[in-house]
Ligand binder design. Structure first.
Ligand SMILES: Nc1ncnc2c1ncn2[C@@H]1O[C@H](COP(=O)(O)OP(=O)(O)O)[C@@H](O)[C@H]1O
Ligand SMILES: N[C@@H](CCOP(=O)(O)O)C(=O)O
Length: 307
């Protein structure tokens, strides 16, 4: 039967003051999402069968209504009255609960796969809309700041949710990412955030976020890193969940333009001043957390690969 395999990148959301708005696609790590059209012996069979391998596969639900990929596939198949049954095979290269959009990579990968397999011709914005529905299962809210870069690639700004509007900015930038062996669920990391903030903090965060956009267009990574570290709302809350983060911020100062929490954490992302500094940052992260480290860069959105 017909099948398609999608390379679905890790993504780093928020980037400091851009909570639920900014997101970056990364070249690595990544998931592979294969969707195959299968024969269904009887009508009562599940429309969507899921299998998962790789990083912490045993923690990923196989019930399509509880798996972020399954939720997206079921909605697309319902909306387009797709009668066939499918088998979604997810090879996890992105550790679940890491802060690198693992749940999101499944959403983006399956949205792109179903779109191509059934020739739906949906544009990126519609794919992001479908993919964000899967995030509601993992995070309790359909935030689009992982699936947007997951589908579009580069740097994305989700400027509006109702209606959904996403802007994409090409960005050629190296990053260093650490994956401390600490459990932080997005759902829990959202619950600890303040529901209301003083006007002064809004003024600060809007100022820093807009300063980041100005810096990207001017390829001014020094100021990009400075503004990225200026968040006064989310990062200070979540810093308390990641032991060693404050130490890392101090120790990378001479080698990084900036450092912040990736997504809801515990992943940490830093912008190196140059290639040599990248390996210095990696060494510092290794000393603090003794965990997987990625010296990578901003990458493309999900795309089909020929297996
Ligand atoms: N296809 C999937 N891939 C990864 N996680 C999934 C998937 N489906 C459901 N989940 C659940 O989502 C949670 C991970 O999502 P989250 O806490 O947002 O972290 P992250 O997306 O950064 O990995 C885990 O509890 C996992 O069981
Ligand atoms: N804006 C979201 C981003 C979550 O990213 P993840 O990689 O941790 O899933 C949030 O901060 O809750």
């Amino acid at each position: 039967m017909k099948e398609i395999t999608i390379y679905s990148p890790a993504t780093s959301a928020n980037l400091g003051p851009g909570y639920d708005i900014f997101g970056l696609a990364l070249k690595e790590p990544y998931d592979l999402v294969t969707v195959e059209i299968i024969e269904s012996s009887c009508k009562c069979c599940e429309k969507v069968k899921i299998s998962v391998s790789g990083e912490k596969a045993e923690e990923i639900p196989l019930d399509p209504t509880q798996n972020t990929a399954g939720v997206v596939a079921l909605k697309m198949m319902e909306d387009f009255n797709i009668q066939e049954c499918i088998h979604i095979k997810i090879q996890k290269g992105i550790k679940p609960g890491s802060g690198l959009g693992s749940s999101s990579a499944s959403c983006s990968g399956v949205a792109v796969a179903v779109n191509k397999l059934f020739e739906l011709n949906l544009d990126d914005l519609k794919l992001i809309k479908y993919a964000s529905l899967g995030e509601a299962v993992a995070a309790g809210a359909p935030h689009a700041d992982n699936v947007a870069p997951g589908i579009m690639g580069n740097f994305t700004l989700t400027t509006s949710y109702e209606p959904l509007e996403v802007l994409n900015i090409p960005l050629d930038m190296d990053v260093v990412v650490a994956l401390p062996n600490i459990q932080v669920s997005t759902k829990e990391a959202r619950k600890i955030l303040p529901q209301e903030i003083p006007l002064s903090k809004m003024v600060n965060n809007v100022g820093k976020a807009t300063g980041m956009i100005h810096s990207i267009y001017n390829k001014d990574f020094e100021n990009l890193g400075k503004y990225m570290m200026g968040d006064q709302v989310v990062e200070p809350c979540r810093a308390t969940l990641i032991q060693g983060y404050d130490e890392a911020k101090v120790k990378v100062k001479d080698f990084a333009h900036g450092i912040t929490i990736s997504g809801s954490g515990p992943a940490i992302i830093a912008i190196p001043k140059n290639k040599e500094c990248s390996s210095e940052i990696a060494k510092i992260f290794k000393e603090i957390w003794d965990c997987p480290i990625y010296e990578t860069s901003v990458g493309k959105g999900a795309y089909e690969i020929k297996k």
